[in-house]
Design a protein around this ligand. Structure first.
Ligand SMILES: *[C@@H]1O[C@H](CO)[C@@H](O)[C@H](O)[C@H]1NC(C)=O
Ligand SMILES: *[C@@H]1O[C@H](CO)[C@@H](O)[C@H](O)[C@H]1NC(C)=O
Ligand SMILES: *[C@@H]1O[C@H](CO)[C@@H](O)[C@H](O)[C@H]1NC(C)=O
Length: 495
């Protein structure tokens, strides 16, 4: 009993402690975001929006039913746990001149009731689920939760934004929606359970599993690379028009189907997923299931979608999630991700060392550089250096975690596929230095000591990323041994 991990008792304090410490500076930001309602303040970049998009924009600002406006950490923790407990009904919030007790001075008003208990239940659900089989992996939930919050705090402030508000809702262009709808109608009965990494807290899959109809799956009617490219091409114009900049495709994995009770913890997407679209393909709901976004003005808004609606959002800097459980049978949507190829104000193709959307000197810069030692290159121009590669090799080589996870769900055997140089996806992930992809591959059964002409995985980690101790520790914790190349010099030139 003692060894099993209880989130509520021990870790919650630990978690709040760890999360609250690093950010006196950000503590101030959480308020200023809310106070800053002046849209033309210099915090928000000004860019002209094409008028057709502007005209269709939903007016979120004149909603009289909004008694309180709120920002981060009210519906769900985003920058810090716990969420605000400064309830609207507390006496100091009821009387205009009342003294505000010290403990509430830095908390936004909480109009949604006891969200903290709901949050604790959410994380506890994950912990209990992963402790259930006696393997005591529940603490992984707390680790990934800590990462989610740290990233939600660090990444947005480190990003350039291409639009003023950061999100908008339009109708999907007919030809885009038709492609998706046709594919969905033919294949919706063939949804497959979506697998998540141990301890992943992004969806409450322990309570309400999600399903996937992958557009890339050749086994599905009409599925495959051609369909994927069609959807991408069809969506690109819309994204380019909205942002005003050229865009390159990053990621598109399929139609995710959420079921009754599903939630999605607010988050920002991993780079280079920057300019994104969600399309509601189909749903059977009792009431609209809101997507909550925090705009560049710092204010939370519920965006509701009907089938055929398309939400454009800057997913690298706009916190987005579904903190209220789905009421109904299902909601099916697709995510389409691009990255801008130009710097804001830049006329031509960008050739800098950092991605054009990453602010030099920001907290994200150092982290990005350590996982991208060779500098910036558009995702769709990064070629894996080996031949005979499978899709899994390519995705691991590029560090496309989400796509790799989806691909392995559909093709579990490809985890140990070898290319002509004897490399497996694991070796590609190590060369890229992508901790998440490497861990995912190991979780899915990659052989941790599979030797290539360049040595064992641990040897390669030391060769390519001598400074990346986390990568080496991860491998060692899975039993990795240091094996140098069998005969030196065999294929030195192939890298
Ligand atoms: C909003 O910002 C602009 C530009 O900084 C300034 O001129 C204007 O006075 C501000 N308005 C308010 C209401 O603060
Ligand atoms: C971009 O948006 C994020 C989130 O709204 C914000 O924190 C950040 O400061 C913005 N970047 C710039 C350069 O204004
Ligand atoms: C968003 O939706 C939830 C659930 O319906 C509701 O409780 C909350 O007040 C809404 N928030 C806003 C900002 O409209």
């Amino acid at each position: 009993m003692m060894s099993s991990f209880s989130f509520r008792r021990s870790s919650f304090l630990l978690l709040s402690w760890v999360l609250l410490i690093p950010s006196l500076q950000v503590e101030a930001l959480w308020w200023s975001n809310l106070d800053n309602k002046n849209e033309s303040s210099e915090e928000v970049q000004q860019f002209d929006q094409p008028s057709s998009v502007k005209a269709q924009r939903t007016n979120h600002n004149n909603n009289p039913s909004l008694a309180f406006e709120y920002g981060v950490d009210v519906s769900f923790p985003m920058h810090h746990a716990p969420v605000s407990t400064n309830y609207a009904w507390l006496p100091h919030n009821q009387q205009p001149n009342a003294e505000i007790p010290d403990e509430y001075k830095d908390m936004p008003v909480q109009p949604l009731g006891d969200m903290q208990s709901k949050y604790e239940n959410y994380i506890q659900g994950c912990v209990d689920y992963y402790n259930k089989d006696g393997k005591n992996k529940g603490e992984r939930c707390v680790t990934t939760e800590r990462d989610r919050l740290a990233m939600s705090l660090r990444q947005p402030q480190s990003m350039y934004n291409y639009t003023q508000m950061g999100y908008t809702k339009i109708r999907a262009p007919d030809h885009v929606f038709r492609l998706l709808k046709e594919f969905w109608e033919k294949n919706k009965h063939r949804e497959t359970l979506e697998r998540w990494a141990v301890g992943n807290v992004y969806t409450n899959h322990w309570e309400s599993p999600s399903y996937m109809v992958s557009v890339e799956n050749e086994a599905l009617d009409g599925g495959g690379y051609v369909l994927k490219q069609h959807i991408w091409n069809a969506a690109r114009d819309t994204i380019e028009e909205w942002t005003g900049y050229k865009q390159a495709e990053c990621s598109l994995y399929g139609i995710r189907v959420y079921k009754e009770g599903a939630m999605l913890a607010p988050h920002v997407d991993r780079l280079p997923l920057v300019s994104s679209a969600i399309i509601n393909v189909d749903q059977d709901v009792d009431e609209p299931w809101p997507l909550e976004v925090i705009g560049h003005d710092g204010i939370a808004r519920n965006v509701t979608m009907e089938p055929g609606d398309l939400v454009l959002y800057e997913s690298h800097s706009i916190l987005h999630g579904r903190p209220f459980p789905l009421k109904g049978r299902f909601m099916a949507n697709v995510f389409i991700h691009f990255e801008p190829t130009q710097k804001i104000g830049g006329e031509s193709e960008y050739t800098g060392d950092l991605p054009p959307y990453l602010i030099p000197g920001s907290p994200e810069e150092a982290r990005w550089r350590s996982s991208n030692p060779h500098g910036h290159k558009l995702l769709n121009q990064q070629q894996p250096g080996t031949t005979g590669s499978t899709t899994a090799h390519m995705l691991a080589a590029r560090g496309q975690y989400e796509d790799l996870r989806q691909f392995l769900n559909e093709n579990p055997d490809s985890v140990n596929a070898r290319d002509k140089n004897d490399w497996m996806p694991l070796h590609e992930g190590i060369r890229k230095g992508d901790l998440d992809c490497v861990e995912l591959l190991l979780d899915r059964g990659a052989e941790v000591n599979a030797v290539t002409p360049h040595g064992s995985p641990l040897y390669m980690a030391q060769t390519f990323h001598a400074g990346n101790k986390a990568l080496q520790q991860l491998l060692e914790s899975r039993g990795a041994k240091l094996h140098p190349p069998p005969s030196k010099g065999a294929s030195e030139g192939e890298l």
